[in-house]
Design a protein around this ligand. Structure first.
Ligand code: ATP
Ligand code: SF4
Ligand code: MG
Length: 342
């Protein structure tokens, strides 16, 4: 059977900006090697927002860390490839990766203080980042820093540019981080729970800002979040992760309105969707397995109300499932013929 292995929903048709193929990340330990990411594949097109969702421990942050070359040892890429505009970046040296980081791929973490140095003013940090990556004079960099602070909605940027991170509120700090991420005009931003640490009242503003600026600058975004509402508002496509694998991927409207994978259906049950036709599970019983106890076959089978014999023995790859693709045997052609699927 010819199973499509790579995420092929990249509407533009051309070379995707980012292509993650069969990525495997492992952690060697005394009790054996833990496989934390197992054959993760997806693409992100230029200017596209890919939302990444899944329970705690599913592998969302590790995927981001692997892409940007910040896996913490002993974690390591054990297989697969990561292509940026066709170039294999998983093989780059530490030095080459450092040059690429900030310049072509930037990162926004949950806690703005992770990205900011408390000892320098925000202006110094913006200017320093631009001088590292762009051919600008210090005066031009400062001018651009001012414009960026204004663009991200910092009031009175001419004064605020000389302030230190601790002089900003959490929401304002994350705006500064967004300015810092954008300042070298990267092609991709990996935003890992960028608003989780912020006050609920400013979360929506920050997400809206990120989306608007990335659209304007045509920056692609990998947006990791627990918040399906944020995904529905922001993402073009969604990848759902479970136990170190992508179990469903597709256009956001389809994944939210008509999720194919039983796990995604359960996840979507957590948010009310108006006009939804899919019967929703109230809740998914049980917990995601630990890395050292991932069940054979479909890792979701102990929690799946639709599981059948094949699910216990064979691991499903992503299969076409309506308008999305789902790693679920319900969508194997034979099962579909027998009346399976949705
Ligand atoms: N240094 C490490 N050693 C061993 N296992 C690790 C290490 N770092 C992460 N893991 C494991 O890798 C898996 C994926 O972790 P990851 O941080 O990517 O999850 P996540 O999806 O981002 O979760 P969360 O929503 O909680 O941020 C988890 O099971 C985690 O325990
Ligand atoms: S493959 Fe089987 S166990 Fe896994 S999600 Fe599909 S039906 Fe459920
Ligand atoms: Mg995480």
């Amino acid at each position: 059977m010819n199973v499509p292995q790579i995420d092929q929903m990249n509407a533009g048709g051309g070379l995707p900006l980012l292509s993650v193929r069969r990525l495997r990340v492992e952690f060697p330990s005394r009790r054996g090697t833990l496989l934390a990411l197992d054959d993760v594949s997806f693409d992100i097109a230029r200017g596209e927002v890919l939302g990444v969702v899944g329970e705690s421990g599913a592998g969302k942050s590790l995927t981001g860390a692997a892409i940007i070359g910040l896996l913490e040892p002993p974690g390591r890429i054990a297989g697969g490839e990561i292509l940026l505009d066709g170039e294999a970046i998983h093989e780059l040296s530490g030095e080459a990766m450092r040059r690429l980081r900030g310049r072509r791929i930037a990162m926004i973490f949950q806690d703005p203080l992770t990205s900011l140095n408390p000892l320098y003013t925000v202006g110094e940090q913006l200017v320093e980042t631009m001088l590292t990556h762009l051919e600008l004079t210090p005066a031009a960099a400062r001018e651009r820093a001012l414009a960026l602070l204004d663009e991200v909605g910092i009031p009175a940027p001419a004064q605020r540019i000389d302030h230190y991170p601790h002089q900003f509120s959490g929401g304002m700090r994350q705006r500064v981080v967004i300015a810092l991420a954008l300042c070298a005009e990267p092609e991709l931003i990996i935003a890992d729970e960028p608003t989780t640490a912020l006050d609920v009242s400013v979360q929506a503003q920050i997400i809206a800002l990120l989306r608007r600026l990335c659209r304007q600058h045509r920056t692609a975004v990998m947006l990791v979040t627990h918040d399906m509402g944020v995904i529905a508002e922001t993402a073009d496509r969604v990848a759902v992760m479970y136990a170190g694998r992508v179990v469903e991927i597709g256009p956001v409207d389809e994944v939210v309105r008509a999720p194919a994978h039983p796990y995604t259906r359960g996840l979507m049950g957590a948010i009310p969707v108006l006009g939804a036709e899919v019967e929703r599970l109230v809740q998914i019983d049980g917990a995601m397995p630990r890395l050292d106890a991932i069940p054979p076959g479909c890792a979701f089978h102990p929690r799946c109300t639709a599981a059948f014999a094949r699910c216990h023995a064979e691991r499903p790859e992503l299969l076409p499932a309506g308008a999305t693709r789902a790693a679920c045997w319900l969508y194997a052609p034979a099962e579909m013929a027998e009346g399976g699927g949705r």
